[in-house]
Design a protein around this ligand. Structure first.
Ligand SMILES: [Zn+2]
Length: 341
């Protein structure tokens, strides 16, 4: 029974994401508490809170402006002019969604992205030229991100140069959907905590294992308990991720669905998927690997797009903003009859 009002965020999606986030954090908490002592947990908890706090600050507009300006000053980011094609595209979509203010679009530089992509303790690697190149050459062309709560879109000049307009429109609509629906996302909150508590533990257990196995100062017994701890934290990390990332994929599918509602362009969506996934990434993924992905992998994501397209086609399209005759007719949209291949 198609309702006349399209829901950008359904109750089912809210339930799925919040439940999986809470469950993921419980798995993490119970798992870690049964393996590590309270002092170690207090330390990683404080680190995680600090990391989460600094990223959550980005949601406060004055802080966001300060942080973005600092990145711009350091040469890590560049604000694009309001009349840049991508800014206009974002503004167009933002207006059609009835948002009061168009997002600001920034390009960020290669080293910043390469640094963010590296795990904790290895960020210095990004400063080395060859590593920086190998990590980022492929990835650079695919960077599009939203800072929900901050009304900011981030991309790279490489991505802008290599993404065709049709694909770009779907991708920008997807990011705009994140800005609209995910100002506070329990999944991202859970993911941040899981990542920032398990990474330092893996690093510490890994270093302790290495030092004692190579006979550098630490007794072998300590090395053995370090190996055990390492195994345990990797297993806990996997279980917590598998639980919480389910919710992240719900959020991503929602952004895809909303993007289709905005663009009504199934072909653009399919092409965007092809653009974002190279040959290797298009292969079917094992369920064990799929379980810890933040985004659905290529095949399930494309299948979900098709379902979403059928679902959104039941609603009338968004009215263009500059159309003064903006009177929504709650009849079935014509797009519904379009064949999808
Ligand atoms: Zn997304």
């Amino acid at each position: 029974m198609p309702h006349n009002t399209y829901k950008f965020k359904t109750i089912k999606e809210r339930l799925l994401t919040s439940t999986s986030a809470v469950a993921g954090l419980s798995v993490l908490g119970i798992g870690l508490a049964s393996v590590f002592n309270p002092i170690a947990l207090g330390a990683v908890g404080a680190y995680s809170a600090y990391k989460y706090g600094s990223s959550a600050l980005m949601a406060i507009p004055p802080y966001k402006r300060w942080a973005m300006n600092r990145m711009v000053k350091k040469g890590h980011a560049k604000a694009l002019p309001e009349d840049a094609p991508v800014s206009l595209m974002a503004k167009d979509i933002s207006d059609s969604l009835g948002r009061p203010k168009a997002p600001k679009v920034y390009t960020i530089d290669v080293s910043t992205v390469a640094e963010i992509a590296l795990p904790l303790g290895m960020r210095w690697l990004a400063k080395l030229r060859p590593v920086q190149d190998s990590i980022s050459r492929e990835a650079m062309h695919k960077v599009f991100a939203a800072a929900p709560g901050a009304n900011v879109l981030l991309t790279t000049k490489e991505a802008l140069a290599t993404t065709p307009e049709k694909e770009m429109r779907f991708i920008i609509a997807h990011e705009m959907s994140h800005l609209k629906t995910d100002a506070f996302s329990p999944s991202i909150f859970a993911r941040s905590i899981i990542k920032n508590t398990t990474q330092p533990l893996i690093l510490a257990a890994g270093v302790a294992t290495g030092l004692s196995l190579f006979g550098v100062g630490l007794p072998l017994t300590l090395g053995l308990s370090a190996i055990k701890a390492l195994g345990a934290v990797i297993a806990i990390q996997y279980a917590a991720k598998a639980t919480a990332h389910f919710g992240m994929r719900v959020v991503e599918r929602r952004a895809d669905r909303n993007a289709l509602y905005i663009t009504r362009d199934m072909d653009g969506a399919q092409k965007a998927m092809d653009h974002l996934h190279d040959g290797k990434q298009r292969k079917a993924m094992s369920i064990f690997k799929e379980a810890v992905q933040t985004h659905p992998s290529y095949l399930p994501r494309k299948a979900a797009l098709l379902k979403s397209f059928n679902a959104v086609s039941k609603y009338p399209p968004l009215q263009p903003v500059n159309d003064n005759t903006a009177e929504q007719k709650p009849e079935k949209a014509k797009v519904a009859e379009q064949k999808v291949s």
